[in-house]
Design a protein. Structure first.
Length: 264
């Protein structure tokens, strides 16, 4: 089969590489411009998703509640409130996951305009999943998508998944090039995107810097607050006001963190 190759690992195992199909993989992974401007691009699924109410006026959560209500013989309005509450809890969980990851990775690395490959982090959530930040962003798309139309939800989640995987492929290529066998061992042990229930690798002994983690992800907690506020009040105006304030906070913190030198 063309475009596929295998390599033999240091312990005699066989794993996949992309030596033969390198051009194909290079075309899938994110470009330099995409990686440098990933913060802006992460907002595009939402900027596109909400206006799609013009094409589909049915809210995704209401549609799911109506479908479930008919089959479970439950009140659709109650189910809608429960689903919105679940979406808010999901976004709070995503905010905690990003904070946990940033506490170990270093905020300057999280928001750096280029891939940082000087060291390999294998502590905290990185013992269970290689890309907790991107996984949290997918959870965010699902949660905020609950306030979009059916079409908007599908577009936002699909776009977030595709973009996250493009970024992941770029980072993996550079980490493999600089970290060598250490990264291959780590990638074989720890899932790429969907977390394992238990740690898959031993701790490297790095300590979490929780204050830096919360500072780096303060804007994300604003997103979670906006989702919680909407679940309680059902007022889109309240949601967008808090969301706008969170975006301003994001631009401020990301600009400050990009100027700070990152430390391992």
């Amino acid at each position: 089969m063309r475009g596929q190759a295998t390599r033999t690992g240091p312990r005699g195992g066989t794993d996949f590489t992309f030596n033969v199909g390198r051009d194909r993989v290079r075309g899938v992974r994110a470009t330099n411009w995409e990686f440098k401007n990933r913060a802006l691009l992460f907002g595009l699924p939402f900027a596109v998703g909400f206006p799609l109410y013009a094409l589909d006026r049915q809210n995704s959560t209401a549609a799911l509640a109506n479908w479930l209500g008919a089959r479970l013989h439950m009140d659709a309005d109650l189910l809608s409130r429960l689903l919105l509450a679940f979406a808010a809890v999901l976004l709070v969980a995503a905010a905690f996951l990003r904070t946990w990851a940033s506490a170990y990775l270093n905020a300057g690395v999280v928001y750096a305009p280029e891939v940082k490959t000087e060291s390999l982090v294998a502590d905290g959530p990185y013992r269970r999943v290689r890309n907790p930040l991107y996984f949290a962003n997918v959870l965010m798309a699902i949660s905020i998508g609950a306030m979009m139309s059916r079409l908007g939800f599908f577009v936002a989640v699909a776009a977030m998944l595709v973009f996250c995987y493009r970024l992941i492929l770029r980072e993996e290529a550079e980490l493999a090039a600089t970290q060598g066998e250490g990264y291959w061992d780590y990638s074989r042990a720890v899932p790429r995107m969907w977390p394992a229930l238990v740690p898959r690798t031993a701790s490297a002994g790095r300590r979490a810097k929780w204050v830096e983690g919360f500072w780096a992800e303060a804007w994300y907690w604003g997103f979670a607050a906006a989702s919680v506020a909407f679940a309680i009040t059902l007022k889109m105006q309240t949601f967008f006001v808090i969301l706008a304030a969170s975006l301003v906070l994001f631009w401020v913190t990301s600009s400050v963190l990009r100027k700070k030198p990152s430390s391992a």
